[in-house]
Design a protein around this ligand. Structure first.
Ligand SMILES: Cc1cc2nc3c(=O)[nH]c(=O)nc-3n(C[C@H](O)[C@H](O)[C@H](O)COP(=O)(O)OP(=O)(O)OC[C@H]3O[C@@H](n4cnc5c(N)ncnc54)[C@H](O)[C@@H]3O)c2cc1C
Length: 329
């Protein structure tokens, strides 16, 4: 447990949160970042790492993953404590600071900056009778370690990049890998080609009808073709890769003024609760548009007012970075 008191805890390590970490460093704040995903970068890394972005000022074209790599490097300036795979759940206001409860820990912070975008991402579940009772047993939504699948019969469900990538990675570890998808694969052409040249058994187009097990583990999965022909696939493990759904979830219960699923902020990027600020896609105000560039613009406003909130003697207007760094060419 980290019982240290931070100046600002940033909930969400997407582009806005990462830039806020850098800016927190510029204003000499002690920074923590919390994100429910296993990696930093928010939507850019989770949804479109290999797409080009064209509307960041001064950068004609950049791959989403390259922009994130630069942001992560820049964010390190504040030497932030980074907590990944941790979801913020409850927030309690104590007399002088906040106690933030996540699914793993309790964190203490003088202020909170919400940069949680469209919310935390959760895996899209396998929605067939009986499936949920095997979660955490032999029905998986994540691969924690390939070793867990060594010598096993694995059924992978899904048809995107991650389903195909895991199938190919499991090929060398598992005794047998089968991939089943109800449509054509949507992964990169090269990955589809690799799959076709592999020993992975392909079942498309097949939907999932039900899972059959003994209460402890799934033993068979019933799949069904378009003409309603049923087939039973035996499996030691079932790995589901149906992508993610995002939801603001518990943040909606924190008593903040909300408008259409977004947190309302004033011109200081302050929410309706003193000490809680918001920036990026999660927030709304008059004239708001949801873009990376807008999140970047909101960060210096939020962090400068956070600085002034913590230290009323501090200037709101930050010094220019050119005078802070004074690097000689
Ligand atoms: C396919 C696609 C293409 C796009 N192209 C462009 C483009 O060309 N230009 C552009 O400007 N914008 C584009 N966007 C929009 C852009 O990605 C968003 O505006 C941007 O990601 C918002 O950044 P953010 O940091 O505010 O939020 P996000 O990127 O959503 O990051 C929020 C982070 O908060 C985390 N989080 C949420 N809730 C919690 C919680 N309770 N606990 C812990 N962590 C939490 C999430 O896991 C996530 O990592 C595109 C979006 C998509 C989907």
């Amino acid at each position: 447990m980290d019982s240290e008191l931070y100046d600002v805890t940033i909930i969400g390590g997407g582009p806005t949160g990462l830039f806020a970490s850098f800016y927190g460093g510029l204003r000499d704040l002690k920074v923590k970042i919390i994100d429910s995903l296993p990696q930093l970068g928010g939507q850019l890394m989770e949804l479109y790492p290999d797409k080009y972005i064209y509307d960041i000022g001064g950068i004609p074209k950049v791959l989403a993953k390259d922009l994130v790599a630069n942001l992560v490097e820049q964010a390190a300036y504040s030497n932030p404590t980074i907590c990944l795979e941790e979801t913020a759940i409850a927030l309690e206001r104590l007399p002088d600071y906040f106690a933030l409860t996540t699914d793993k820990d309790v964190h203490y912070s003088k202020t909170i900056l919400l940069t949680s975008g469209i919310g935390s991402f959760q895996p899209r579940k396998l929605n067939v009778p009986g499936a949920s009772e095997y979660e955490g047993k032999n029905l998986h939504y994540k691969v924690k370690s390939l070793e867990n699948f060594k010598g096993s019969d694995v059924l992978v469900l899904g048809g995107g990049d991650s389903a195909l990538d895991w199938s190919l990675m499991l090929e060398g570890v598992a005794s047998k890998v089968t991939i089943c998808h109800r449509r054509e694969f949507t992964a990169h052409e090269m990955t589809i080609q690799q799959l076709q040249n592999s020993t992975v058994q392909v079942k498309t187009p097949y939907g999932i009808k039900e899972v059959i097990g003994d209460g402890e583990k799934i033993e068979e999965v019933v799949i069904m073709s378009k003409d309603k022909t049923e087939e039973r696939i035996t499996a030691d493990h079932v790995l589901v890769n149906y992508g993610n759904v995002a939801s603001l979830g518990p943040l909606k219960e924190w008593g903040l003024e909300m408008e259409k699923n977004s947190v309302v902020v004033n011109e200081k990027m302050e929410t309706s609760v003193e000490g809680i600020y918001a920036a990026g896609d999660v927030c709304t105000h008059d004239g708001k548009v949801k873009l990376i560039a807008v999140g970047f613009g909101e960060v210096p406003i939020a962090i400068s007012h956070i600085k002034a909130f913590i230290d009323p003697k501090a200037r709101v207007q930050p010094k220019h970075s050119t005078s802070i760094f004074e690097e000689v060419k």
